[in-house]
Ligand binder design. Structure first.
Ligand SMILES: Cc1cc2nc3c(=O)[nH]c(=O)nc-3n(C[C@H](O)[C@H](O)[C@H](O)COP(=O)(O)OP(=O)(O)OC[C@H]3O[C@@H](n4cnc5c(N)ncnc54)[C@H](O)[C@@H]3O)c2cc1C
Length: 341
């Protein structure tokens, strides 16, 4: 098949691109390894809600028109919205088609997708930025007797064996899962690296209203003081769950979640597999070394490395009470302790 453009991925980005190409009468095809909105169908836990308000779910030619602009869409509604949008814009999606290789060809690109070969002058990679869990090397030292999940395979607390749970990573996903698992009655320890704390709302408006109004969300890469840092900032500690105004470390501590520092290593990884690595009530699952003891939540220090572009530098950021600890850990596997024999 020969076409002008091949778009890989039928998520928000791929569908928006399809719409823009159609507007310009550019022939194209959208190749999708699953179905439209595959990431939201297969890689999100069911109770997840967007942390961005509904009014902000905008695609070219389509604004949110539902009855709850200030609410936060559940994952299933995101799937429905994207599926409707794909139909609305007539996106030429080829589902169940996985692109295996893209090579330079004399007049563009040669694209191998399952058994098909396509030729296109342009390829748009809309394969998503969050489609591979970032699992730290330390995970290899976790004994196999410990159930380990990433958010891609986590569905709900009922899936976890009895006992304590260590959640690694305290950005949006980590704080939401720590909260949910703790509410299910399990003792939860949260290993927090660098993170960005934001209040859900400020002066009666959602924080995303402020981020948009102040122009922070529209900043281009060439306006950043430190692009590398901006690209590696963790997602803010926010949740779209109704009634939750703060999902930061203080709120979790008040609920009874134990906060420790960045996961360093698994102690005694060579022990027999039935040795517990995480015991509720005391920290034995990891050690941070003599100079990097995990501080209690109350003694968290302000992390000085905050760029002017960090949303946490905003007006309601109580930095000296909620500093970030450690160097950041983007991976968020869950480590659950199996029941004692
Ligand atoms: C837990 C979580 C919560 C989030 N919450 C929010 C939020 O509240 N608000 C927000 O704005 N953003 C949120 N995001 C970010 C969100 O994922 C993006 O905003 C949005 O989904 C990105 O759309 P996308 O099209 O770039 O990527 P995706 O939706 O991931 O789409 C990429 C598509 O490419 C397909 N694909 C990948 N590789 C191939 C291949 N080789 N061949 C064919 N197809 C392929 C995938 O199947 C997928 O359908 C969240 C992300 C995560 C992980």
């Amino acid at each position: 098949m020969q076409t002008t453009a091949v778009v890989i991925g039928a998520g928000h980005a791929g569908l928006a691109m399809s719409r823009r190409l159609t507007e310009r009468s550019i022939d194209h095809v959208v190749l999708e390894r699953g179905e439209v909105a595959n990431s939201w169908r297969t890689q999100r836990w069911p109770s997840l809600r967007l942390l961005t308000p509904n009014w902000q779910t905008r695609l070219p030619g389509h604004d949110y028109a539902g009855g709850d602009p200030d609410g936060y869409m559940p994952a299933a509604e995101v799937v429905a919205t994207l599926t409707r949008y794909a139909r609305l814009v007539g996106a030429p999606v080829r589902a169940d088609t996985t692109v295996r290789t893209v090579r330079a060809a004399p007049q563009g690109f040669e694209i191998h997708a399952d058994d098909d070969v396509l030729y296109a002058r342009t390829v748009v990679l809309a394969t998503g930025a969050c489609n591979l869990p970032a699992i730290p090397a330390v995970a290899t030292a976790v004994p196999r007797s410990i159930t380990m999940l990433t958010p891609f395979t986590y569905r709900d607390p009922g899936q976890l064996p009895d006992g304590g749970v260590l959640v690694v990573g305290a950005s949006a996903t980590g704080v939401q899962l720590a909260d949910q698992i703790h509410r299910s009655g399990r003792p939860v320890t949260l290993a927090a690296g660098e993170h960005v704390r934001l209040p859900r709302a400020y002066r009666g408006r959602d924080i995303f209203w402020w981020l948009e109004a102040t122009g922070l969300l529209a900043e281009r890469y060439d306006q950043m003081d430190d692009l590398t840092r901006a690209r590696h900032l963790p997602s803010p500690q926010l949740t779209g769950a109704p009634g939750i105004t703060f999902s930061d470390l203080n709120a979790l501590t008040a609920q009874g979640v134990r906060i420790v520092g960045r996961l360093g290593r698994v102690a005694d990884g060579g022990r027999p597999e039935d040795e517990p690595v995480l015991e509720p009530g005391r920290r034995v699952g990891h050690r941070l070394g003599p100079r990097r003891r995990a501080p209690a939540a109350a003694s968290l220090r302000t992390h000085p490395r905050r760029s002017p572009h960090t949303p946490g530098a905003g007006p309601d950021h109580r930095g000296d009470q909620h500093g970030a600890v450690g160097d950041g850990l983007s991976a968020r596997p869950l480590v659950a302790r199996p029941p004692r024999a």
